[in-house]
Ligand binder design. Structure first.
Ligand SMILES: Cc1cc2nc3c(=O)[nH]c(=O)nc-3n(C[C@H](O)[C@H](O)[C@H](O)COP(=O)(O)OP(=O)(O)OC[C@H]3O[C@@H](n4cnc5c(N)ncnc54)[C@H](O)[C@@H]3O)c2cc1C
Length: 439
């Protein structure tokens, strides 16, 4: 079993985020104790844990959306950051309900009074709180529980910044401990300022000052199975990336709308012109094949830590499983010089439903012919069924716990394979997944 693999970085990221929320509640209790003004009404405590905790988590949700490198390092890759962004947003959503409910309990002596407390009145601190809660609820439902088209979802998501402003106004009008104790005022005002700055950065400034590069399209090649290869050439500065990373691209073309979309760079870093391999999925990717050579674009990045385990531990045997277009990071990885230097056994499994969809078989098998330690396996799920532990045991030479596993493809595929590997004694940190669905 491989030793010394990096721990699950998401755990570290969550520890930092939830740690600051706990610290904030601790500071609140400390300031009240120092002033000798602890609340005598016990219901106030869960109410305030709800408000203090949610404000910090909301600010973190904005900070995580900035795509800043230290944040990406903290969670071990941008796709992991977005998954954490969603979880933190969801926790903040449920946590906030402690606030109005327990304040109403604390200030009511009858069901009628409870209901009246949760309705609008001439108290603008409460009114702004109710409006913020209603807006927060609608936006979270639209983000997490109701799947609307991505471009519409993105526009509603933009409104979260306004909710943070409303929450800040509510806190000031409420004249609670956040306003009363200078230390808490500095603490929460700083977090709110950082949260709002993060929001303005990603929503307004990122397009202009983010890590961007100008490129021109050199070739657009239509492939079978609704796949289009788009080749880009840097105009001026060149982006330095490592194998397996991705970027955001926005084309100046009538063929597609200009919003940036994330795609893995499917060519190795040594190639002069990076290649994007794009599968038709929705409206934007459905028109990519109409982009013309010579049209300009802008890319932001590089992002992702998917390939870093190979650089960190070149001495470990690895199995790479790419499902459908999820093969793209592995096309870059096996094509790279760093990978060619590996002395340890590697297996790449390319899984598609049938031969007609085996778009990259030639590229993969010819690379395996060049590299003695790389074995290429083609898997056809229409014929062999989905990849499971029996298939893997029959296909691989060593016991499954001996390998590091890199998985990329539909979430249903990667989740199922991961589950089976863990059941086979593979440790969680031996399984690295790159997800294409970060919503
Ligand atoms: C890290 C990463 C690497 C990826 N690499 C590849 C690749 O190599 N090849 C490939 O074909 N696809 C890749 N994708 C997926 C690709 O980004 C989506 O398929 C594409 O954005 C869909 O756009 P659409 O308008 O056609 O689809 P829609 O139907 O509008 O959206 C389908 C889904 O795609 C995602 N999506 C749509 N627009 C965006 C956006 N602007 N930003 C983020 N996500 C979006 C959402 O999850 C949405 O639910 C990758 C995604 C990620 C996160």
């Amino acid at each position: 079993m491989p030793e010394g693999l990096p721990s699950n970085r998401m755990v570290r990221g969550y520890a930092v985020v939830f740690g600051t929320a706990v610290l904030s509640v601790g500071l609140w209790l400390l300031e009240m104790a120092r002033a000798g003004e602890m609340h005598t009404n016990p219901w106030i405590y869960p109410a305030k844990v709800g408000s203090h905790g949610t404000l910090i988590l909301m600010c973190w949700a904005f900070i995580l959306a900035t795509r800043f490198r230290p944040i990406e390092w903290l969670f071990g890759g941008l796709d992991k950051v977005y998954k954490a962004h969603r979880v933190i947003g969801e926790v903040a959503f449920f946590l906030i309900f402690l606030h109005p409910i327990f304040l109403a309990v604390a200030h009511s002596d009858s069901p009628g009074a409870f209901a009246r407390y949760l309705w609008f009145s001439d108290d603008w601190a409460r009114n702004t709180g109710l409006v913020a809660l209603a807006a927060f609820t609608v936006l979270v439902v639209l983000s997490i529980y109701w799947k609307i088209p991505y471009h519409r979802w993105k526009r509603t998501h933009d409104l979260f910044g306004l909710v943070l402003v409303l929450v800040a106004v509510h806190a000031v009008l409420g004249r609670g401990e956040m306003v009363k104790y200078p230390l808490l005022t500095i603490w929460y005002a700083s977090w709110t300022a950082i949260g709002l700055a993060a929001y303005v950065y990603i929503r307004v400034l990122y397009r202009f000052i983010g890590p961007q590069y100008d490129v021109v399209t050199t070739e657009v090649r239509q492939r079978p199975a609704d796949i289009t290869d788009v080749y880009l050439k840097f105009v001026g500065r060149r982006m330095r990336f490592t194998a397996g990373q991705f970027l955001y691209v926005s084309f100046d073309s009538d063929a597609v709308t200009s919003e940036p979309h994330p795609f893995t760079i499917s060519s190795p870093p040594e190639e002069p012109n990076p290649r994007l391999t794009i599968k038709r999925l929705g409206d934007w990717t459905g028109d990519v094949h109409r982009i013309r050579p010579g049209e300009r674009a802008r890319v932001w990045g590089p992002y992702g830590h998917f390939g870093s385990v190979l650089q960190e531990r070149p001495d470990l045997p690895v199995v790479m499983i790419g499902g459908g277009v999820g093969i793209t990071p592995f096309l870059s990885i096996i094509g790279s010089e760093v990978f060619a230097q590996r002395k340890e056994a590697s297996v790449v499994i390319y899984s598609v439903p049938n031969e007609a969809r085996q778009v990259h078989v030639q590229e993969i098998t010819s690379r395996a012919d060049q590299l003695p330690d790389l074995r290429a396996v083609m898997h056809l799920s229409d014929e062999s069924g989905y990849i499971d532990r029996d298939y893997l045991r029959a296909t691989l030479e060593r016991p499954l716990p001996d390998y590091v596993w890199m998985l990329c493809g539909p979430d249903a595929m990667t989740d199922s394979i991961r589950e089976q590997l863990l059941a086979e004694g593979v440790r969680p940190k031996q399984v690295v997944i790159e997800s294409f669905d970060i919503r």
